[in-house]
Write a protein that binds this ligand. Sequence first.
Ligand SMILES: C[S@@+](CC[C@H](N)C(=O)[O-])C[C@H]1O[C@@H](n2cnc3c(N)ncnc32)[C@H](O)[C@@H]1O
Length: 276
Amino acid sequence: MSELLKKEGQDQNYGSDPIAVRETDQYQAEYVHAFVQKWDSLIDWDARIKSEGSFFIDKLREKGVRQVLDVATGTGFHSVRLLEAGFEVVSADGSAEMLAKAFANARSRKHVLRTVQADWRWLNRDIHQKFDAIICLGNSFTHLFDENDRRKALAEFYAALRHDGILVLDQRNYDTLLDHGFSSQHTYYYCGNNVSVEPDHVDKGLARFKYHFPDDTEFFLNMFPLRKAYTTQLMHDVGFQHIETFGDFQETYRDAEPDFFIHIAEKAYQQPEENH
Ligand SMILES: C[S@@+](CC[C@H](N)C(=O)[O-])C[C@H]1O[C@@H](n2cnc3c(N)ncnc32)[C@H](O)[C@@H]1O
């Protein structure tokens, strides 16, 4: 773990040169207790339900999914939604702080989450079951700074899926950010009132975002700006056969427009059309 970013409960500590902090392991220290407690005012569950609608539930049902592994549980939003929609869900995350919050959030809605603390790079060390679907949502994959870590994580996701399983992974539209600057309307995901999210620094190896809360507290996340084509290429490389990408929950979009891309990657081999 980065020596610069020590877990201190209330404060993030990026040291004297925050934009030099570019390590996969740092997510553990970024989600400090105070930030995790505020995360739900950032994403506002009710507003998020409205903006997402039933997109993920519909897609999972269309593919006949029953068992889902949420690998980036965070505070539990999707795990709880999918449980309430009737899916069997296992909730994993590398951050114990996040899982504790997710468990409490689910309890307050009368659910008991099946939680597993697991880092994606060694997922199958801790997860011994196969799933119909893995979800990695809320711009989480962006936490991996090293190309090897991205390949390893995707390969671990692939291995934890049944032979015809699907991976649903989303990402911020970093192409627009890298090429044209920031212009989010905050319509999707980060919907909390009076919470602002804006880039603090962007270069081709780092997107550092600032999260400002109504009580004037500020937190940061250092993330790797994934280009859309790069992410889908990595998915192909580890073996996913077919990848469909949606922009802000729509099938048709112009590349510069959406805030978020949602990739649905299928493991099952599909015969080319002419061989049918
Ligand atoms: C931006 S939060 C998103 C949480 C949630 N999916 C949501 O949409 O609200 C990213 C989550 O990914 C987790 N994470 C980041 N890198 C990870 C890794 N290498 N292994 C496991 N979990 C990781 C973090 O602990 C955090 O809970």
